[in-house]
Design a protein around this ligand. Structure first.
Ligand SMILES: [Zn+2]
Length: 333
């Protein structure tokens, strides 16, 4: 008889789906702070995959895609365990903001891992989540997007170890952009990497794509990717599919050269190699004069663009990727 796995308030046996929470501290009314989780434990043994949404509270794609994926995962057909965390930063999610507006000291939850038991409010929550995940998790997908200011196309930042790069490849054919990011940094993926485990940060969507069908399209894309991961690791039946090759490189933040209204080039393709000098967008002043033009600083790919037009000099305008190499060996076989 297998022993129960304990994650937060959830105790789960093989073949069970359980709901509960990771708790940390309490609110003014004395209620425990609760990060809702759903744990699906398969009838057979296998890896434990954590899917983490809304580290940033203005990025709801993780939550919705997790709901779509969970409907398609049957514990009776599963080998291993899926731990679904639709919204890690519940207070930020409630506010629809990147961080918890009540916590200005550790505002960005994606920069403070592994958190701190006696730290600032969000550090304490991150710490409780980290303890639960590092104990049980083998693989982790953190789901991000452009939030309230930008759109982000398919992009994966994989912790720089072979396990994480394989996890990135397992996301499927629509994810050929896989950039390596250092292990041991302040985000959950990078902390998983520092333990030799798999950790990736995936980007897709933004609040500019949360209206009706568009939101479903983005979430279904992500959900299909999680299922592809489950197939790749043999956690469910079926054959995984992959990108033919993966492009690696580094990102350049293209910041607004002026304050005004940013308007992107209507013909700008995402996730496609474009030459240096390609127009990306312009910034107008409130008289309609073009104050500045944004162009590709070199050959590369646009994987994200500002979607909120009003912009202050120095804010993000474009997420630009420089491709250094194309590889076809991310999967160990
Ligand atoms: Zn984010």
């Amino acid at each position: 008889m297998s022993k129960a796995i304990q994650i937060g308030t959830v105790s789960v046996l093989p073949g069970e789906v359980k709901r509960g929470a990771i708790e940390a501290g309490a609110d003014m009314a004395g209620r425990p702070y609760a990060m809702p989780i759903t744990v699906v434990r398969g009838v057979a043994d296998g890896p434990c995959l954590w899917i983490n949404g809304a580290t940033h509270g203005d990025e709801p794609e993780g939550a919705f895609s997790i709901f779509l994926a969970l409907k398609q995962i049957d514990p009776q057909q599963l080998r291993g365990t899926v731990v679904a965390v639709p919204a890690m930063n519940v207070n930020a999610f409630t506010a629809g903001m990147r961080g918890d507006p009540l916590d200005t000291f550790s505002y960005d939850m994606n920069r403070i891992y592994p958190g701190k038991a006696d730290g600032y409010p969000t550090e304490r929550i991150a710490h409780a989540h980290w303890l639960a995940m590092k104990e049980t998790g083998d693989l982790q997908i953190a789901v991000h997007s452009g939030g309230e200011h930008s759109y982000l196309a398919h992009m994966i930042f994989a912790s720089d170890n072979p396990v994480s790069l394989e996890l990135a490849a397992a996301m499927g054919p629509q994810w050929p952009l896989v950039f390596r990011s250092p292990v041991g940094g302040g985000n959950p993926s990078s902390m998983m990497g520092s333990l030799g485990k798999g950790g990736i940060t995936v980007e897709l969507g933004g609040n500019c794509r949360t209206l009706t069908r568009d939101f479903h399209t983005v979430a279904a894309d992500l959900a299909a990717s999680y299922l592809n991961v489950l197939r790749h690791y043999g956690m469910i039946d079926g054959t995984a599919t992959y990108a033919p090759a993966w492009q690696q490189g580094y990102q350049i933040a293209l910041l607004a050269p002026a304050t005004g209204i940013f308007v992107g080039n209507p013909d700008l393709p995402f996730e496609t190699l474009i030459p240096q000098g390609t127009p990306l967008g312009v910034i107008y002043n409130l008289y309609g004069d073009v104050l500045a033009e944004l162009v590709a600083p070199r050959d590369g790919v646009v994987f994200g663009l500002r979607s909120r037009p009003s912009v202050i000099e120095g804010q993000w305008c474009c997420f630009f990727g420089v491709i250094e190499q194309t590889v076809d060996n991310l999967i160990s076989k």
